[in-house]
Design a protein around this ligand. Sequence first.
Ligand SMILES: NC(=O)c1ccc[n+]([C@@H]2O[C@H](COP(=O)([O-])OP(=O)(O)OC[C@H]3O[C@@H](n4cnc5c(N)ncnc54)[C@H](O)[C@@H]3O)[C@@H](O)[C@H]2O)c1
Length: 338
Amino acid sequence: MANGMGVGIIGVGRTARAAAMGCRAAGLRLVAVAEVDTAKGEAFAAEWGMMLHASYTQLLARDDVSVVFVLLPHFLHHPAGLASLRAGKHVFMEKPLAGTVEECNDLIDAARAAGVRLMVGHHYHFTAPTQAARRILQSGELGRPIMAMDVWHKPFFGEYRPPWFLDASKGGGAWPMNAPHMIDRLMWCTGRRVESVLAQVGSPIFGLSATDSGVAHLRFNDGFSATICHGAYKDGVPRLETEFICTEAMLRVTASEVAIGRAGEYKPVPLEKTNAYLDQVAAFARALESDEVETPISGEYGREVVAVLQATEESARRGCEVRVAELLPVGTQLERGA
Ligand SMILES: NC(=O)c1ccc[n+]([C@@H]2O[C@H](COP(=O)([O-])OP(=O)(O)OC[C@H]3O[C@@H](n4cnc5c(N)ncnc54)[C@H](O)[C@@H]3O)[C@@H](O)[C@H]2O)c1
């Protein structure tokens, strides 16, 4: 079924080339792109042999598009996602699924009503280090995970930053951009879900409405706790590293390495070669071919990540610990992290 299905890409965001490559590799047919920046849209359409539309409404009216990739600024995930699902298109939504739990509910309900698939782009499920970390942690060979420290620092202006990224009302900021990855990695690797959050999030470095840094203590089920610490600095040194302390040993995970810590030293674990974004699109394409309604990263999973993110922002505002279940529709919290 997926073979030859027509794809529309909405927004030539930073993951658009990887999405297009993934679609080609998975046997999906690149048909149309919607982009408001004409020069960017024309260049992308020419490179991938697609039709350019100035608005996603035009793209969604096409009968030859049955799958859309929404690669837009965060504040547009909800309207564009909803319009796509209501038009009967299968949707791949870049992370985070939407800005609030309520918006996520709308998207999940719309997918169900239209009988189409919804997948969220938490691509760390497909990176070799995260996959190895999940396998090791869930095998029990290190005992039970007790705690973790997840640290991610990068320059705020190190890469192209569009105006929406500087505006909190548009879902901008380093925290909404990167904390979903940190929350997702911990949930997915441990198979646990976050129960409560105590956080400090803000913009002490740049004084913008959009955040530049945050630290959050996440209390998971099964006695596991983690701190996520993210600084998008003016000047500094990049770092991406998670250290897990388990009852029998330790585990360190970076962007390129996984190592088990025993007897005072870390020893690297051999990793398979993967191409995370391509593998992610291939998994989406396989879900389109199957009878399973769920995609590998469901709307419900994406909503749980958004609930934790929202809990960090609520906690920072209220100055107290926030329970994630308070934010989710009654009875919908996941049994496990994944
Ligand atoms: N998984 C990852 O590693 C990763 C990396 C980067 C970005 N992202 C995600 O990708 C999404 C986009 O982020 P980005 O940094 O690429 O943003 P961006 O601003 O660089 O790209 C968004 C694009 O959408 C276009 N656009 C804006 N409004 C539009 C509209 N109404 N119709 C059509 N096009 C429109 C913009 O002109 C721009 O080209 C976000 O959800 C972000 O979190 C994920």
